[in-house]
Write a protein that binds this ligand. Sequence first.
Ligand SMILES: [Zn+2]
Length: 352
Amino acid sequence: MIELLQRLCDAPGVSGFEGGVQAIVADELRPLTDELWRDRMGNVIAVKRAARRSPTPRRLVYAAHADEVGMMVSHVDDQGFVRFRAIGGLDARTLPSQRVLVHGTVGEGGPLKGVIAVQAGWLGTPEDRTRVFPVHELYIDLGRPADDVRARVQVGDVVTFAATFDRLNDDVVVGRAFDDRVGVYCLIEAMHRIEAPDVDVYAVCTAQEEVGVRGMPTAAHAIEADLAVAIDGALPSDTPYAQPHERQCALGEGTGIYLIDNRTIGSPRLVQGLIDACERRGIPYQRNLGGGTDASEIQRHGLGAWATTIGAPTRYMHSTVQLCHLADIEATIALLAAFAEDAAGVLPADWR
Ligand SMILES: [Zn+2]
């Protein structure tokens, strides 16, 4: 189990450049599904057909995003220092002193190791010692002569964080891209467990979610779903910075079922169907208020679909020290597998 999760989490896949992750996903999903393809946006779409074929099958989509937040080279200066722009929602507070990999597309060799520099304490102004440096003031130091950097790095090259997967202890894992590689992992593991669904189950691994849910629409167009469950991190608030009245989800207390987020109101009868699936089978779950996910772009696409999101609570999203509890990951997989059996019963008889 951990081996696949680790491979997914350590693969580079900044928004728009998800190829490394999607290659793993396609290899894993192909033997589990009846058909698999990649669309023009870079989504991987796989389908496991209903056990009893129907001319008008109901379609259930499970979607997790392959992409992660990262950076792109915007300039290489005369001394070989590299400036960059953010791809996706980077938090500038978390950047200085990070190790990075610059995926140079010229010259020989693999990615170049570097660091995001920290202004030395004896430089700058007194205010510099307390302020947050915005992304455009930061630079990457590759520790190489300028001509070497220029021979290997050009504007447009992708930069990923070098932080890798690890176990903090028996229960909790840490990594840089749990949002949403943990979701991708849950998607793949659930497809292993779904045996004879009575709906067509689509496993979709989307591109470009982190830059405004740009990948999902083309997959939604191709599928024309009836029901859709995005898989993405729930927002745990069991940490010192959250006030008691802000508390909703906690690490280790079950998968988070999204009731609402900034882009989507969870379709109430789908949300209830997910809760019922948990209650019937003793799967731990929590009610979650989320940020925004792929669910938004499938709920309102075409004729529309009932949609919401579930997922393991993920502490410190978009940082390099994201934390998840293995029991929450298991609960998410169990719910996805269970709901595939229940899905047809959630839709009303007059559904159209
Ligand atoms: Zn996400």
